[in-house]
Design a protein around this ligand. Structure first.
Ligand code: PXP
Length: 242
């Protein structure tokens, strides 16, 4: 089987912790729990406003886990400095607006080439695998390859909202990512119900999923949720795509 990895985004463990201002629940404990359940990596978004994950969380998780850490961040000087200090396995560059509830759209790699190119270069020089979070758009894929990013993460938000034609756009984008030599990841808004068609695309090597998994864990626990999502992804891999 062509394997597919699950990166679990633990931001919302920190959201719950921060609601009370103490240290419970602890994102590091959650990271250990999801890895024990079979997750392949940990994803954390250090937002500029530190609304959930804080700098200390990133350092604590990096120091304590051997699995790949994927740090989501805006392409700013501050974040590049932090990434080069922490040295995560990967950095996923995302657009960030202070007023948004979550990452609303993909990066505009075409329009922001001048800003993104030095960030991609600095992170790569630091030995960090760079991923660009983009909409499944051919122009963005070409620009991502041209800028020298080895990985793209396709924004699945529009698909998750059920918008017509979005699964087809994801399929076409995954195929062209592979043709351009880009490793292809995907994420945003994925659930038990809508993950299988995306996980079935053989070009997609990793899914990063957070909000649904943390929410569902309220009912059945992190361990059960991660086991079930891994089983769903593995089963989808055995299906013909589409
Ligand atoms: N990938 C990226 C780049 C994201 O910004 C997010 C949201 O933080 C996710 C994946 C996970 O999205 P969700 O929390 O909706 O599963």
């Amino acid at each position: 089987m062509n394997p597919i990895r699950l990166g679990v985004n633990i931001d919302h463990i920190a959201t719950v912790r921060n609601a009370r201002g103490g240290d419970h629940p602890d994102p590091l404990r959650a990271a250990r729990a999801v890895l024990a359940a079979g997750a392949d990596g940990i994803t954390m978004h250090l937002r500029e406003d530190r609304r959930h994950i804080r700098d200390a969380d990133v350092h604590a998780v990096k120091a304590a886990i051997a699995a790949p850490l994927n740090l989501e961040m805006a392409a700013t000087g501050e974040m590049v400095r932090i990434a080069l200090e922490v040295r995560p396995h990967a950095c996923c560059l995302v657009p960030e607006k202070r007023t948004e509830v979550t990452t609303e759209g993909g990066l505009d790699v075409v329009a922001q080439h001048a800003t993104l190119a030095p960030v991609v270069a600095a992170l790569r020089a630091g030995g960090i695998r760079v991923s660009l979070f983009i909409d499944p758009d051919p122009k963005q894929l070409e620009a991502s390859a041209a800028i020298g990013a080895p990985v793209v993460e396709l924004h699945t938000g529009a698909y998750a909202l059920g918008l017509p034609g979005e699964l087809e756009r994801l399929r076409a984008a995954a195929v062209s990512a592979a043709e351009l030599g880009l490793e292809c990841h995907a994420g945003h808004g994925l659930t038990f119900a809508n993950t299988p068609p995306v996980a079935a695309f053989p070009e997609i090597r990793e899914l990063n999923i957070g909000h649904f998994l943390v929410g569902e864990a309220v009912y059945v626990g992190l361990y059960a949720v991660i086991r079930r999502m891994k089983a769903i992804m593995d089963a989808a891999r055995l299906l013909p795509p589409g």
